[in-house]
Ligand binder design. Structure first.
Ligand code: EPZ
Length: 415
């Protein structure tokens, strides 16, 4: 698929069911390496990032199957091979094989990972943590050789509460000797989901979801059955769609408290939202009030919803502001919103959006995963036809996006 074509200004009504969380699944799949037996992961989203991780597991010699969201993984016979760069650079989450293979084999050779072009994305905190656990890290251009005679528990303070480093260090520490404490850990729900998975396999992790995680190393991890939590970013994207053009649009299979920051901001714009257990109903309000958002680690406003929300800010009556504090290049989508008619100025990590402006269908780019979601939302409210190029970015993280939107009344197709 190369393009998504949308004929905008249709009302969305009906139900959208949310899939499993991409950023949880992409950590759980490499984490399965730590088990000496088969693991089963359910509610795995059907996205291309999952396919890439599948490819890596099979390359290493694992037995893997994927059927209706259920992934069975047996890594008993895997060998510790260098993962070819053309596979590892397909996605960011390939870096979780560093922690997982280091834990299993005490040695790993891996290239710098890929992922969306949204900033410099260093992995120094991951490497520093591995070193504190007793590993030696050698860097040859973009190849990393990480090796340890033995991994030993340590106190690790993260300069930044990095999601990737927190998960990678939980993986590396799960079978290390003694106790590891990760301080200033990231608190995202996906981290809790990974810790529960590891504990189900026999690990001893407490404190996930707080800024201090304690891991007591164990010798062996075994089989388990585990479910991926609902994708809060996918849910958030469709909530924004509902605010923009929904009439009692129901977003089903969500954990509402994972979306507190977005819901509170949507309410500030004047959007009416009703929450009942695991579903949220949302409709377009008569008008939107302008808002200020600042991206932060969980439970702050998620950077991954900043780009989708920018479409809505073009519809607010007055001046809205975005302050992006996590990624320095996460405004590339704004140029395309401007092409569609938005009034936006941005510099450094701040953007000012003045509204309300009509958006006109245009030919635009999915600059990255969430930038692509921003364009889909813009296409849904724009006059006439919007053509989005480079949609592979979108398919990396949104399960059946075309079908889900079509089912609730959008005129959208892939070409
Ligand atoms: C995860 O990326 C997500 N990716 C990202 O989702 C998300 O935007 C991000 O967390 C923040 O929530 C996955 O889970 C696969 P970080 P990650 O390490 O782990 C700096 C999406 O759209 N940093 O928490 O790579 C870094 O530069 C994506 O789904 C260091 O300086 O993010 C950034 O400013 C894109 N050194 C901040 O920390 C390090 O060693 C947070 O990054 C690591 C990170």
């Amino acid at each position: 698929m190369e393009k998504i074509i949308i004929n905008g200004q249709k009302t969305l009504t009906g139900t959208i069911e949310i899939s499993g969380a991409k950023n949880s699944a992409v950590a759980l799949i490499p984490a399965s390496i730590l088990s000496d037996e088969e693991v089963i992961i359910s509610n795995v989203p059907n996205i291309t990032d999952r396919e890439a991780l599948n490819e890596i597991l099979e390359y290493l010699g694992a037995e893997v199957s994927f059927d209706k969201g259920e992934m069975k993984i047996n890594t008993k016979k895997i060998s510790n091979k260098e993962i070819p760069e053309e596979i590892s650079k397909k996605l960011r989450a390939s870096y979780y094989f560093m922690g997982a293979l280091l834990s299993k084999f005490k040695k790993v050779k891996m290239f710098f990972p890929g992922g969306c072009n949204i900033g410099s994305r260093p992995i120094n905190l991951h490497l520093k943590g591995f070193e504190l656990l007793g590993a030696k890290v050698i860097q040859e251009k973009n190849l990393y050789i990480i090796e340890a005679d033995e991994l030993k528990g340590a106190n690790i303070y993260l300069d930044i509460p990095s999601v990737g480093a927190t998960v990678n260090l939980m993986l590396a520490a799960s079978k290390a000797q003694g106790t590891t404490i990760i301080e200033n850990a990231a608190k995202e729900p996906e981290i809790v989901n990974v810790a529960i998975f590891l504990n189900n396999m026999g690990a001893k992790i407490v404190g996930a979801g707080t800024s201090e995680i304690k891991i007591t190393g164990v010798e062996k991890l075994g089989k388990c059955y585990h479910e991926v939590i609902p994708d809060r970013i996918e849910a958030g994207t469709y909530l924004i769609a509902g605010a923009l053009c929904g009439k009692e649009l129901v977003i089903k299979n969500v954990i509402p408290e994972h979306l507190d920051a977005l819901i509170s901001k949507l309410k500030e714009t004047g959007t009416k939202i009703s929450i009942e257990n695991t579903q949220i109903t949302i409709s377009k309000p008569e008008k939107f009030l302008p808002i200020y958002i600042k991206t932060l680690g969980y439970p702050g406003f998620p950077t991954d919803l900043q780009q989708p929300l920018s479409t809505l800010l073009t519809q607010c009556e007055g001046t809205s502001m975005i302050e992006e504090t996590i990624w320095e290049k996460r405004f590339q989508n704004l140029d395309y919103l401007k092409k569609m008619g938005a009034n936006i100025e941005y510099e450094g990590n701040k953007a000012i959006i003045k509204g309300k402006t009509e958006l006109n269908g245009s030919e635009v780019e999915a600059t990255d995963l969430r930038g692509g979601a921003c364009m889909v939302l813009a296409g849904l409210i724009a006059k006439d036809k919007t053509v989005i190029n480079n949609v592979d970015h979108i398919l990396r993280g949104y399960d059946h996006i075309i079908e889900k939107l079509k089912n609730v009344g959008a005129e959208i197709k892939a070409e």
